[in-house]
Design a protein around this ligand. Structure first.
Ligand SMILES: Nc1ncnc2c1ncn2[C@@H]1O[C@H](COP(=O)(O)OP(=O)(O)OP(=O)(O)O)[C@@H](O)[C@H]1O
Length: 643
């Protein structure tokens, strides 16, 4: 009996179900309850007593602002739902919670069920979510973006041709084929796709996987009326094939509004109406709000439910009256039957089978890693000016350093200072520049990462490694170029062995410094905050390098810090390479009374360095590198959880 009631609410009889199931286009079956299989059977979403608070911190105290207040509702399989309300009514917040994509700053009370099962992490595999703001990698073309997304999202058994066909079909339907090879573009000066085209591309990305449930936050904003109508028409077709679609929408035209089968109106965090779109006018009429013939019903509802400045009190009373009347109306009772039915069935029937994505083969993590590295690499290649400037800058500095120390004779007392000076330049130039330049790498990409992670595209570890792998060539090529130039110009030891060791240590130094920058980049939400902590950290490391103070005289507090200082390890190992086996330093020209260092051991001893430490220093630098990368990853995971 309950099942019949449910179908009546859906506007379908059991016969309808049979008829639809028998048609090829109607790919889904009615819910069986003996198995839980939303992909095959469609999605019914129900929520009960849902209250949502936004947590904000002020002066160290946490405040809770209530955005949604004890809402109940349901969306049936195959509905196209318009979620409407005045600006700030809580539409996006409600939708993000229903779609399980909400920020950790929201606190949720109440229950949400998908086909009778509490919504959890599985939502990211079952639902698509088109956000209000589009975020893309601006340097990719439309086709590249779609190809990468297809390779991150679709079944791994699909061939390249299958994926291309699918992409082309979607793009054709959305009228994006003409911009197939256009760059997506980002900021105004780098604009390529129009705002409407970006909206359509965001929609195309979400429907790639044919999700049984789709959330779209203002999908028609920025589209012309024809494109908007086409897009909603496409949604309507998808809904007729039993995809459940929930859209927030502003000012839809009559034609578009009438395509929605269900309407949810919210005001001040409460439900003002849930029911068939066609019956909304009747509901408001009964309350005495008659839509003038010159008004679009959608605009009229929002006008009644808005709270314009200066009229807050009267509007609040109107909204309260409408929401109270709705709560005791037949429309609310009808929805309540569905909600109670879903909750009852969820509790009473434990499905024998749970099929999250039947017959779906997830893409291997290494393939995802490959496609992510490919994406970041394309980003670098499309903007070669930045990389080129960096390399040219390094060449310029290497030549400058080389020329400053050109003709150095290391076998004199003055030569000792010059060699140690060059070593200091090698360490600082391969530390500060790379460490600061990677600071923005992670915060810049956090929004896209959080979004894709919440959509189940990849694990944070895959993202983290892909970023590092794409930066790695630069971390190797740059110090090698620097060393090749500065080493031979500045009169250091003329043996290939010494050069090779110096280059290896330089590469290691740059990698440890970059890893440290990456750790700071992940530890903080913004570059300025990361900088504020990194600068004092630098000073401590630099002081403990051994150049400015004899390490054996370091105070107890800083004596331990030197073990974390790659400055010290790098300076010591580069000094060992230069001074090991040197016995013939002259005292010529040295002022009387000043000490004269006659061999390499004495030089190293002056800085508290030891000939035996070369391997230890390189191993310790490798350890530091790994520790920084691991800490960076842990910070990323921590920050991801808080988003
Ligand atoms: N994390 C948050 N912290 C504090 N307030 C929040 C947070 N998220 C949302 N809000 C507040 O909740 C209210 C509803 O926001 P929401 O974005 O859901 O509205 P909306 O109906 O989607 O508006 P619009 O149509 O303008 O996009 C707003 O007043 C907003 O400022």
């Amino acid at each position: 009996m309950e099942e019949t009631q449910l179908n009546m609410f859906n506007g379908e009889s059991e016969n309808d179900y049979e008829m639809q199931a028998s048609t090829e286009s109607f790919r889904k079956r009615a819910r069986s309850y003996s198995r839980w299989s939303p992909v095959d059977e469609g999605v019914t979403l129900a929520w009960n007593n849902l209250t949502i608070y936004a947590k904000t911190k002020r002066h160290g105290k946490t405040y809770h602002k209530r955005i949604i207040n004890e809402m109940s509702g349901a969306v049936k399989a195959g509905s196209l739902v318009a979620l409407m309300g005045a600006s700030g009514a809580g539409k996006s917040t409600l939708m993000s919670v229903l779609g399980y994509r909400h920020s950790a700053k929201l606190e949720v009370e109440g229950d949400i069920l998908l086909n009778g099962r509490k919504t959890e992490d599985y939502m990211k595999y079952l639902s698509g979510y088109m956000h209000q703001e589009d975020i893309f990698i601006p340097y990719l073309t439309v086709m590249e973006h779609m190809t990468i997304m297809a390779n991150l999202k679709l079944d791994r058994r699909l061939t390249k041709d299958d994926k291309n066909k699918k992409i082309m079909n979607i793009l054709r339907e959305l009228g994006l084929v003409k911009c197939l090879h256009s760059k997506i573009g980002g900021t105004d000066h780098n604009k390529a796709l129009s705002g409407g085209e970006k909206k359509r591309l965001a929609f195309a990305t979400e429907i790639l996987t044919d999700p049984p449930l789709l959330f779209c936050d203002e999908p028609t904003t920025g589209l012309d009326s024809y494109s908007a109508q086409k897009l909603v028409g496409m949604m309507s077709k998808m809904a007729s094939e039993r995809t459940t679609i929930v859209c927030t929408i502003h000012q839809p035209s009559m034609d578009i509004f009438s395509m929605f089968t269900q309407l949810i109106l919210i005001a001040e965090g409460r439900t003002a109406y849930i029911g068939a779109t066609s019956k909304a006018i009747e509901f408001f009429q009964r309350l005495g709000y008659i839509c003038p013939s010159t008004y679009s019903p959608a605009d009229y509802f929002i006008k009644i439910l808005a709270s314009p400045p200066g009229q807050e009190d009267s509007s609040r009373q109107t909204i309260k009256r409408i929401c109270d009347q709705y709560a005791v109306s037949d429309y609310a009772k009808e929805i309540d039957v569905v909600v109670q039915y879903e909750f009852h069935m969820g509790r009473a029937v434990v499905p024998r089978r749970f099929e999250l994505r039947p017959n779906f083969k997830e893409i291997h993590w290494h393939s995802k890693l490959y496609w992510l590295v490919y994406r970041w690499t394309l980003e670098v290649m499309r903007n070669p000016a930045i990389e080129l400037t960096r390399v040219l800058q390094r060449i310029g500095i290497a030549i400058l350093i080389g020329l400053c120390y050109f003709g150095t004779n290391p076998y004199t007392q003055n030569g000792i200072q010059s060699v140690q000076g060059v070593i200091f330049m090698f360490v600082t130039e391969n530390t500060f520049h790379p460490m600061y330049s990677v600071l923005s790498e992670f915060p810049e990409n956090t929004p896209i990462f959080i979004r894709e992670y919440k959509s189940g595209l990849y694990h944070p570890a895959t993202y983290y490694f892909s970023r590092i792998l794409s930066l790695l060539p630069g971390f190797i090529i740059e110090p090698v170029i620097f060393s090749c130039i500065a080493y031979w110009l500045s009169g250091l030891q003329r043996t290939f062995n010494a050069f090779a060791l110096t280059t290896t240590v330089t590469v290691l130094t740059m990698n440890v410094a970059s890893a440290c920058g990456i750790m700071f980049s992940n530890a903080f939400d913004s570059v300025p905050t990361a900088l504020a902590y990194l600068v004092p950290f630098d000073y401590v490391l630099m002081i403990t390098s051994g150049i400015f103070i004899k390490l054996s005289t370091l105070s107890n507090v800083f004596n331990y810090v030197k073990y974390f200082s790659w400055f010290m390890y790098s300076t010591e190992s580069l000094s060992i390479v230069q001074w090991k086996g040197i016995y013939n330093i002259t005292c010529e020209g040295q002022q009387q009374g000043l000490p004269c260092l006659q061999d390499g051991i004495q030089v190293l001893d002056k800085y508290s360095f030891s000939e035996e430490n070369l391997v230890r220093d390189m191993i310790n630098m490798t350890f530091l590198l790994m520790i920084f990368y691991i800490l960076g990853y842990l910070f990323l995971c921590y920050r991801t959880k808080r988003k």
